[in-house]
Structures are given as structure tokens and as C-alpha cells.
Ligand binder design. Structure first.
Ligand SMILES: O=P(O)(O)OC[C@H]1O[C@H](OP(=O)(O)OP(=O)(O)O)[C@H](O)[C@@H]1O
Ligand SMILES: O=c1cc[nH]c(=O)[nH]1
Ligand SMILES: [Mg+2]
Length: 218
């Protein structure tokens, strides 16, 4: 993993998860020939890898237990976890994240980019009332202009979220610059950092519209 703090040119809260396995999953996702079932499966598997990376900085606490042989001190994740998929495409990462964090609570952030302006329009929000008690992981395969993620993080902070990390399959330079600057306290984990956006604010080379490819609404 390339940590933001290790490589010149990366914001220090951006982390590229570019091991061979995540690159392999990403190759499946980027290929236009990948049909919906395989796309969905690869997104789920990539989410497993990314969510493991995103727990690296999660607060832990010491717990006293007994092994079958002796008493010892172990480490456990300190706070309950709340996963927040950004609808729709974020749902494609939810099963993978829940496989590693099965006790997690799930909140929902419903946003859709306006096709003309690329601005996010909020249509559904459902978050736990006691959000300040949780460590929050935001799931969204695509970080393009950063508008949807910025709106999500602003909402989470209004609701009192403290520790927050985000996972993405593909991020674009302009969106990364924006969210890292606006939210220096949040860590962002992505399997790719693509250079640019096209005239419709789609990531290039990217993988197309993640929601459409996950749900077959092409
Ligand atoms: O960084 P941004 O420029 O805001 O773009 C990224 C957003 O666009 C996509 O959602 P979309 O609006 O296509 O909704 P969908 O998941 O329902 O397809 C994607 O899943 C992100 O939420
Ligand atoms: O390239 C992009 C940009 C936004 N949303 C997507 O699904 N893909
Ligand atoms: Mg979409």
C-alpha cells in the first residue's frame, strides 16, 4: 500500500491500495466486456481488500481474556462500526465490507449526480441517531469530482461523526485534491488514482458508470 505520507504528490490522507490482488480485481472492473454478475462479484471482492486497509487506523482498546493456557491482553476494535454506502453504487461494496465487519450497523446516504451539472442531489438519508459513538466507513466505488463524497462527509459530521474513513475502487485526481483538503481528518483508501475527468465529469480511464454496471441499467 502506498501511504499518502510516503509518496510525494499524494495528499497525506490519501492511500493507494495497489497490491497485485486489488489490481487484478480492478482489471476485471475496468474491462468493458465484464458482464454485470462478474462486475458485481469483483466489486464485492475488492471491497473486502479495501475495508481491511481502511481499518488500519481504527482506534483499538486492550481487552483482558483467557486463552486455553493463560490470561493475556489482546486488542479489539474500540467502537462499533457503521458502514455508510453511498447509493446506489456503494451498495455494491456492502456485502464485502459486512463479510469482514459482520456486526456493523449500516447507514444509508442516497445521492444521485444531476446529469447536466454533475452536482449531487440528496434523495434519501438514514443514519443511526447515536452516530458519534461509531467508527464510520463510507463506501463508494467512484470518487470523481468529489461532490458526492464531500456532501456525504459534511452530513456525517453534522450528525456528529468522529472517526471516518472512506473506500473507493477508482478515484480521480481533482476529487482527491478536493476531499483531502476539505477533510484532512478523514482517510481515503482507493485501488486506483486516475488522472482526469471527461467533459461529463466521468473518470478517465475509469470504469464507466459503476451503478449502471452493478445493476444492469445501461
Ligand atoms: O465525485 P462525484 O463527481 O460526485 O461522482 C461520484 C458519484 O457518482 C456516482 O454515483 P451516481 O450519481 O452515478 O449515482 P448511482 O450510484 O445511483 O449511479 C458514484 O457512485 C458516486 O457517488
Ligand atoms: O466515472 C464515473 C464518475 C461518476 N460516477 C461513476 O459511476 N463513474
Ligand atoms: Mg451512477
Amino acid at each position: 500500500m502506498v501511504e499518502g505520507s510516503e509518496k510525494g504528490g499524494f495528499p497525506k490522507n490519501f492511500h493507494l491500495v495497489d497490491d497485485p490482488l486489488s489490481r487484478h480485481k480492478l482489471a476485471v472492473l475496468r474491462d468493458e466486456r465484464t458482464p454485470t454478475p462478474e462486475f458485481r462479484q469483483a466489486m464485492k471482492e475488492l471491497a473486502l481488500i479495501l475495508v481491511a486497509a481502511a481499518t488500519r487506523r481504527m482506534p483499538t482498546r486492550e481487552v483482558r481474556i483467557n486463552t486455553p493456557l493463560v490470561g493475556t491482553t489482546v486488542e479489539a476494535i474500540a467502537a462499533p462500526v457503521c458502514l455508510v454506502p453511498v447509493l446506489r453504487a456503494g451498495l455494491g461494496m456492502l456485502d464485502g465490507a459486512l463479510a469482514l465487519l459482520p456486526k456493523a450497523t449500516v447507514g444509508f446516504m442516497g445521492l444521485q449526480r444531476d446529469e447536466e451539472t454533475a452536482q449531487p442531489v440528496e434523495y434519501y438519508v438514514n443514519l443511526p441517531k447515536d452516530l458519534p459513538n461509531y467508527s464510520v466507513v463510507v463506501l463508494d466505488p467512484m470518487l470523481a469530482t468529489g461532490g458526492s463524497l464531500s456532501a456525504t462527509l459534511t452530513k456525517l459530521k453534522e450528525e456528529g461523526a468522529g472517526w471516518v474513513s472512506c473506500i473507493h475502487a477508482v478515484s480521480a485526481g481533482p476529487g482527491v485534491e478536493r476531499v483531502c483538503a476539505e477533510h484532512p481528518d478523514v482517510h481515503f483508501y482507493s485501488a486506483a488514482l486516475d488522472p482526469e475527468l471527461d467533459e461529463n465529469s466521468f473518470i478517465v480511464p475509469g470504469l464507466g458508470d459503476a451503478g449502471d454496471r452493478l445493476y444492469g441499467t445501461l
